[in-house]
Unconditional design. Structure first.
Length: 266
């Protein structure tokens, strides 16, 4: 599938900010199921985008904008060719062994309720990793009611599982925590999802888990399915903070308003 993506991120500062620094993980990489045809990032400020790769191999750009800043915008425009691999990830940059992704964070740590849920899934699915992960996928789709936006501020996996409601980011944190509690490496993925005509999700997130003798496989607990060629994989990390498409800080007191718009065409 050939996907055209336009992503706009606009921040308004009141009063104007003295300056701002932004870290962007907005550039996808090639792998066997994804080829980047064209990709551009433009910022409204007179600033230089400094490119590098972070510890997980994500393409990253950093810039500092001097103020006063009433508005700061980042616009992404690109085209990606995707192929449905049944969720299997091959040919991606892997900087660490899978065991690193057993490491918990404050957002993904499983509490007793999540651990008990994961153990019940294991008992019912025969103890094979792939079967357990697909059972987790189905179980969390039934356990957590969908929400249109992620929790703000970001809620922990334990809070979301107790609340039984959350966005894609939230259910992904629960899935990761449950998988890690079973000794299965799992990581967070941020990217884009084409809904086939409807408005795309600006908070699109899913998980990848490591299956022995198979490799990394994607799982989208918000939809109860593995990623297809409608997904564009952009950044990975231990949780949503580590894989965030944008992170930044402004200097100066006041309010900040964020507006995000994503458009995808086939």
């Amino acid at each position: 599938m050939r996907l055209r993506i336009a992503h706009s991120i606009v921040r308004h500062y009141d009063p104007p900010a003295a300056s701002a620094i932004q870290v962007l993980r907005l550039t996808p990489r090639n792998h066997e199921g994804q080829y980047v045809i064209d990709w551009r990032i433009e910022v409204s400020a007179d600033a230089t985008l400094v490119a590098h790769e972070d510890a997980f191999g994500n393409f990253t750009h950093v810039f500092t904008a001097d103020g006063p800043l009433e508005e700061l915008s980042v616009n992404v425009d690109g085209e990606v060719e995707t192929r449905d691999t049944g969720g299997l990830i091959r040919g991606a940059v892997e900087r660490f062994p899978p065991s690193l992704f057993l490491r918990d964070t404050s957002l993904t740590r499983a509490d007793r309720a999540i651990r008990d849920f994961a153990q019940q899934v294991r008992a019912a699915s025969g103890g094979e990793a792939s079967a357990e992960l697909h059972a987790l996928l189905r179980g969390l789709r039934d356990e957590i009611a969908p929400a249109s936006v992620p929790s703000e501020p970001a809620a922990t996996a334990a809070e979301i599982f107790a609340r039984k409601r959350g966005g894609a980011q939230d259910s992904t944190h629960v899935f990761i925590g449950a998988a890690r509690s079973l000794g299965i490496p799992a990581r967070y993925v941020a990217g884009y999802f084409c809904t086939g005509g409807a408005t795309p999700q600006s908070d699109c997130a899913w998980a990848e888990a490591f299956v022995p003798d198979v490799g990394w496989v994607g799982f989208d607990p918000a939809k109860g399915a593995c990623p297809t060629d409608a997904y564009v994989r952009v950044a990975v990390g231990l949780d949503a903070l580590g894989a965030a498409l944008t992170r930044g800080k402004r200097y100066g007191a006041g309010d900040e308003t964020l507006k995000i718009a994503v458009k995808m065409d086939q």
